[in-house]
Design a protein around this ligand. Structure first.
Ligand SMILES: Nc1ncnc2c1ncn2[C@@H]1O[C@H](COP(=O)(O)OP(=O)(O)O)[C@@H](O)[C@H]1O
Ligand SMILES: CC(=O)OP(=O)(O)O
Ligand SMILES: [Mg+2]
Length: 402
């Protein structure tokens, strides 16, 4: 038999599981889907078989990521592409926090599992789900390589001046406190695709990538290497997000504890789950916020303005970090779809050579595209991210080498 060429990619979020099955001969997708609301009373699995075009949905309780993955495995089997297939070469897992230890995709063994577990305190929403995904996949196919692809890996090239916080280095080192950065597979993929869009080699271009999904982060990429990013020790720092506050004065936390009488756990929940756009106006979906802004809702307008103000500050900061910028690229759910966000983020930055062409910005599509006027000094681009393809590519490259 010829060597297996398929890779299953699992992206386990805190309450969701996204997956794709790809054939790496041509990077085509055979199946894809999403389980939402894992652990809640009703979960929903939406599965699409891309060879037949058939989509199936099921609703019902799924306790945890193990139950979710077993349900996904059953759907794949129904399409004749189950986990027992001899054509499966490996399973690639998104792992959010890899600390300073993992700088590359890694075949999972017991030591790797232990290290991912040790990082749970700095990625409490993500790493436990990632671990369950890996352990369940191992149980289903013990003979298959499981590959961990880390969100943090792309950021390990940051210089110490960007990665260190201004605190006593002995304390920082003892507790491994530094800027790790996240969404690395997306920043890597999108910065590379931006270079391709400009017809250049990644080593020749400096790009500011704005990954604006539910979680959001910015990065400064110099000649293909990350030199700064907005998320830090955990995915809480930086931009305003769906439910996370992003940057704030750390003294807010002392104040909430000492004067506000809140416990550390309550403050943690407040900043991670009840802040950001949701905390500001009760909605975390940018579509809903734009609809309310259009209707003249002041609370939604203020939330939008705070979101944009923070974004602008990071564009300016990374412009200064890079010195020369070839492109600013928008990606992920908000970046790819919300023309109003792109327009507002760049408005007034003509002095930096940044502008958006209203006609180009209004075009919707799945293709990487430029939205800046032809005369602009700096390109502004929209590049759809594809974390699953990037994870599959890295997984297959690693397994193929062995
Ligand atoms: N057409 C749209 N206009 C504005 N925002 C959108 C649109 N489509 C999706 N979004 C935003 O994208 C977000 C999800 O982005 P995504 O990258 O899928 O996030 P995640 O991977 O973090 O779950 C949604 O919360 C929503 O705010
Ligand atoms: C790291 C992170 O914030 O991931 P997500 O956007 O998937 O929540
Ligand atoms: Mg995402």
């Amino acid at each position: 038999m010829t060597s297996p060429t398929r890779v299953l990619v699992l992206n386990s979020g805190s309450s969701s599981l996204k997956y794709q099955l790809l054939d790496m001969r041509d990077s085509s997708r055979l199946a894809a889907g999403l389980v939402e609301r894992i652990g809640e009373r009703t979960s929903r699995l939406k599965h699409t078989c891309l060879t037949s075009g058939e989509t199936r949905e099921q609703n019902g309780p799924m306790h945890d990521h193990e139950a979710a993955l077993k349900a996904v495995a059953a759907e794949l089997s129904r399409d004749g592409v189950g986990l027992d297939s001899p054509e499966l070469a490996a399973i690639g897992h998104r792992v959010v926090h890899g600390g300073e230890f993992f700088t590359e995709p890694t075949v999972v063994d017991d030591t790797v599992l232990l290290e991912i577990e040790r990082l749970i305190p700095v990625a409490p929403l993500h790493n436990p789900a990632n671990l369950t995904g890996i352990r369940t996949a191992q149980a289903l196919r013990p003979d298959l390589p499981q590959v961990a692809v880390f969100d943090t890996a792309f950021h390990t090239t940051m210089p110490e001046s960007a990665a260190r916080y201004a605190i006593d280095p002995r304390i920082a080192d003892r507790h491994r406190i530094r800027r790790y950065g996240f969404h690395g597979t997306s920043h890597a993929y999108v910065s590379r695709e931006t270079a391709r869009l400009l017809g250049k080699d990644p080593s020749e271009v400096n790009v500011i990538v704005l990954h604006l999904g539910n979680g959001a982060s910015a990065s400064a990429v110099e000649g293909g290497r990350c030199v700064d990013t907005s998320m830090g020790l955990t995915p809480l720092e930086g931009l305003v997000m769906g439910t996370r506050s992003g940057d704030l004065d750390p003294a807010v936390i002392f104040h909430l504890e000492r004067v506000g009488g809140m416990s550390m756990d309550e403050i943690d929940t407040l900043l991670n789950k009840r802040s950001g756009l949701y905390g500001l106006c009760g909605d975390n979906d940018m579509r809903e916020i734009r609809r309310r802004v259009e209707e003249g809702d002041e609370q939604a307008r203020l939330a939008f303005d705070i979101y944009i103000h923070r974004l602008k500050k990071y564009i300016g900061a990374y412009y200064a970090v890079l010195g020369r910028v070839d492109a600013v690229t928008f990606t992920a759910g908000v970046g790819e779809n919300a023309a109003a966000v792109r327009e507002a983020a760049v408005a007034g930055l003509e002095g930096l050579g940044l502008a958006v062409d209203a006609g180009l910005n209004a075009v919707r599509g799945d293709e990487a595209r430029l939205i800046s006027p032809a005369s602009a000094r700096v390109a502004v681009a929209v590049v759809p991210t594809d974390e699953e393809l990037e994870i599959a590519t890295q997984t297959y490259a690693l397994v193929g080498r062995e």
